[in-house]
Design a protein around this ligand. Structure first.
Ligand code: CAA
Length: 254
């Protein structure tokens, strides 16, 4: 299978497994990814980890499949890629891309749609579409500037330049550089938040994500609304009571 969805303890793990093509995303693979995200959304997993098998996280859209494609088929392909990555972006649980090698084009866009990105020391990231006479098509022109700022995004998209793990960390493209097994690194990172209340984690993520999509006064209103929702959860009552009682909180995701 070119995509494997497995569960490890309380985590879902998606492994891109098409190493002979550096995990390039064919249309079939993208559709399958969408099915996997639907399944993860319905599962009991507390976070999703995504890794690539072999020397790449993912080398992008399948260029051989793109060649000679009719214009309208290309438009539909872009819309499908965007829709599938939007599913990932809005999963009820957080996602962690562990970029273990190349993440180019659509592969980088897959990582950009995750809540968090980690990079192994050998990681290389970029949007090289310009070298193919193309531009990023699975959300890269929109998510990249929201993460690294317009100037850096323009430079990456218009020069096609690749950044290594250190540079990616310096510009805020990845949260951390991790050594060792990528799956273990992803799980260890996810454990730092996965014990907290899932609905409250969702409110926190949504509030922060809205910051780059709304004027400040609307963002502050969203913060108040989501904060008020969080306050009404049993988990908020438990968290505050545990603090007062000098004990560890036990959250129940309600
Ligand atoms: N699509 C299809 N096949 C790909 C591929 C891709 N994106 N990337 C790599 N492959 C294939 C190669 O054709 C090669 O297959 P063969 O052995 O059959 O020739 C195999 O994977 C191994 O690749 P290389 O021999 O090229 O490996 P390398 O280590 O020498 O180079 C690389 C690695 C620098 C990542 C290079 O493969 C490369 O530049 N790949 C293309 C990256 C790219 O341009 N990505 C953007 C795609 S467009 C896009 O993603 C649009 C969008 O926004 C959705």
């Amino acid at each position: 299978m070119a995509i494997e969805l497995t569960y490890l303890e309380e985590f879902a793990l998606i492994t891109l497994n098409r190493p002979e093509a550096l995990n390039a995303l064919s249309m079939d693979l993208i559709a399958h990814l969408g099915d996997c995200f639907d399944e993860v959304a319905k599962s009991k997993a507390r976070a999703l980890i995504i890794v690539g098998h072999g020397k790449a996280f993912c080398a992008g859209a399948d260029i051989k499949e793109l060649q000679d494609r009719e214009l309208m088929a290309q438009k539909r392909g872009g819309e499908l890629g965007q829709a599938v990555f939007a599913k990932l972006d809005t999963l009820p649980i957080a996602s962690v891309a562990v970029i273990n090698g190349y993440a180019f084009g659509g592969g980088m866009e897959l990582a950009l749609a995750c809540t968090f990105r980690l990079a192994t020391p050998n990681a290389k990231m970029g949007t090289p579409e310009i070298k193919l006479g193309l531009i990023p098509g699975y959300g890269g022109t929109q998510r990249l500037p929201r993460i690294v700022g317009e100037a850096r995004a323009l430079e990456m998209v218009m020069t096609g330049k690749t950044v290594d793990a250190q540079e990616a960390f310096r510009i805020g493209l990845v949260n951390r550089i991790v050594e060792g097994d990528p799956v273990v690194s992803g799980i260890n990172f996810a454990r730092e938040f996965s014990g907290y209340s899932l609905p409250v984690l969702g409110f926190a993520r949504d509030a922060v994500k809205r910051a780059s999509q709304t004027p400040l006064h609307e963002g502050l209103k969203i913060e108040t609304d989501l904060g008020t929702l969080a306050f009404q959860t049993k988990d908020a009552a438990e968290g505050m009571s545990a603090f007062a009682g000098k004990r560890k909180a036990t959250f129940i995701d309600r």
